[in-house]
Design a protein around this ligand. Structure first.
Ligand code: GLY
Length: 293
């Protein structure tokens, strides 16, 4: 079976940043061509995207509603049922590598201070993922709030935030992700995100929610990107996976998954399956694909 990898840079990200997901897919494909597994390939691709300051994951993650805190979520799942996730982790460069560490513990998810402490235990040093672009994004968000041009899907957060002591910025909810199939036919999915730019401190999105942000099993691997609160409610990744398991192609399953949310709510899905790969979105979704010959 040919190995393959599909990566994405987040729904809503401009397609002129496809070079990032392409580079990430290349990195994953390099490992697959050396006979490495789907999990290693998905992690390597996710690290490239976390290190790309243009993405809302790792370096460049969005800033929380308090105007200073960055909290990130990341998760991994394999087709043989291994899982690892971190939620609301702070001060690390690569949350996906900490999620990989969680896989080797008796637990599935570590959150908040415990996740950050675990990262230190693994030897990952303190790292500030804030970038000038993320600060600028925040500033523009405040301006949009003042101008009253807040996107409808952020209205509920904004309304709540009026009771919260800090004025919230505007922003998206994009995530980076990778799905891979190796030469043995095993699958893996990886997700990483800085979460929503208007999020409250402590908010956790779909990315580390198994069944919502990602799922993997014998039929394939699925990763989603979009607004966590909506994706969680519809269990988008598991519903998409179930289509695959029922016999849909990777592309059919991805296209079905996107219909689970109203089209005005941005959503993107990438799939690796037995028949190949699929990707679908109701917005823009820069992706990278490599099939290892
Ligand atoms: N999909 C990213 C988030 O909602 O946090």
């Amino acid at each position: 079976m040919k190995a393959l990898i599909v990566t994405h840079g987040g729904v809503g990200a401009p397609t002129d940043m496809t070079e990032g997901p392409e580079r990430a897919a290349e990195e994953g494909a390099k490992l697959l061509s050396q006979g490495k597994g789907a999990l290693e390939a998905a992690i390597a691709a996710a690290v490239v995207l976390e290190d790309d300051p243009r993405t809302n994951a790792g370096t460049g993650s969005r800033i929380c509603i308090d105007g200073k805190t960055v909290e990130m979520d990341a998760a991994l799942m394999t087709s043989d049922g291994r899982m690892g996730a971190v939620a609301a982790i702070r001060d690390v460069k690569n949350p996906i590598l900490v999620a990989r560490g969680v896989m080797d513990t008796p637990h599935v998810t570590l959150a908040g201070e415990g996740a950050t402490a675990f990262a230190r235990f693994l030897g990952f040093p303190p790292y500030d993922p804030t970038t000038p672009a993320a600060r600028e994004f925040l500033k523009k968000g405040f301006e949009r709030v003042r101008a009253g041009t807040v996107l409808p899907h952020n209205r509920a957060w904004l309304d709540f935030a009026k009771r919260y002591p800090v004025l919230p910025p505007e922003g998206g909810c994009d995530t980076i992700g990778a799905v891979a199939r190796d030469a043995t036919g095993a699958f893996a999915a990886a997700n990483s995100t800085g979460g929503g730019a208007m999020k409250m401190v402590g908010r956790v999105g779909d990315s580390p929610h198994f069944g919502a942000g990602l799922w993997a099993g014998p039929a394939g691997a699925v990763a989603t990107t979009g607004i966590g609160e909506h994706i969680i409610r519809k269990l988008v990744a598991k519903e998409t996976y179930d289509r695959l398991a029922a016999g849909a192609t990777a592309q059919e399953a991805a296209e079905f998954g996107v219909t689970l949310l109203p089209k005005e709510i941005p959503l993107g899905i990438v799939v690796a399956a037995r028949d190949g790969h699929g990707a679908a979105t109701n917005g823009t979704l820069p992706i990278g694909v490599r099939i290892v010959e």
